[in-house]
Design a protein around this ligand. Structure first.
Ligand SMILES: [Zn+2]
Length: 254
């Protein structure tokens, strides 16, 4: 039993245990090119949260990882088989209920650790934060926690070299041989503003990628995944340690 993982804990230990920071991970259930499993985002984010919490716990932080939410926003993949979509308004309702419980029980710090590019929590946290002003609500995307260019050769953002390397490190048995993967080629928007990156429109997956991947996975390796996992979990552990120490009412200053 890992005392920093709620799913593995029991009432006997929990009733004696002080929790300062709760961690909620949020993934997705979606196609990941031909070679990675549908729960890739969930496997990744659960492993990252548990390892980061372990590092923080061993350094004295009172952190507790809540069970993962396995469905995310997949409005852009409506035509891809078995991509299971939650609307942002549904996410808001779920998040609100979880924060209500934490707030009532005096756990006033939450890290919302995102594992899926379609989930955007800023607007949701603004709304929930206005309802529960005692809460310190922080979110981060694991895939932006460190500079990915230092770890991977090819750019991408879905079932790419990064995700494939991470899965080769975490659960290699669930990764098909890389010869079976598509090359994750992405069709770009014909609109200049979107191509330049200063305007945004949701990508319609069936129009931008033939194999559902975005980013070539062929240069992925277990070694790259291991290094990236180590760097990301160290970074998230540092955030948890900071959150553990800070007083919510004294969190700004020079
Ligand atoms: Zn993914």
């Amino acid at each position: 039993m890992r005392p920093y993982v709620l799913a593995e804990s029991n009432w006997k230990t929990i009733k004696e245990q002080k929790t300062e920071v709760a961690v909620l991970t949020w993934g997705a259930t979606e196609a990941h090119n031909y070679h990675l499993p549908y729960a890739t985002d969930n496997y990744q984010i659960e492993a990252i949260a548990a390892e980061a919490a372990k590092k923080a716990w061993n350094a004295g932080a009172k952190v507790l990882v809540l069970p993962n939410i396995p469905f995310g926003v997949n409005t852009g993949q409506a035509d891809v088989d078995l991509c299971i979509n939650l609307y942002p308004t549904t996410q808001l309702a779920i998040l609100n209920d979880i924060v209500e419980v934490l707030n009532r029980q005096g756990i006033h710090k939450l890290l919302l650790l995102n594992g899926h590019g379609g989930n955007n929590f800023k607007a949701l946290l603004r709304e929930v934060g206005a309802r529960y002003p005692k809460m310190l609500l922080i979110t981060t995307n694991f895939f932006q926690a460190v500079d990915r260019k230092q770890y991977f050769e090819e750019a991408g953002d879905h079932a790419d070299e990064m995700e494939t390397s991470l899965m080769l490190h975490l659960i290699p048995d669930l990764v098909l041989p890389l010869e079976e993967a598509g090359n994750g080629e992405e069709k770009k928007s014909r609109l200049t503003a979107i191509k330049e990156g200063w305007a945004w429109s949701e990508r319609k997956w069936h129009m931008v990628s033939a194999d559902t991947g975005i980013g070539n996975p062929k240069k992925a390796s277990e070694e790259k995944g291991k290094k990236f996992f180590e760097a990301v979990t160290r970074q998230v552990a540092n955030l948890l340690l900071d959150m553990d120490k800070i007083e919510n009412i004294d969190r700004y200053g020079n």
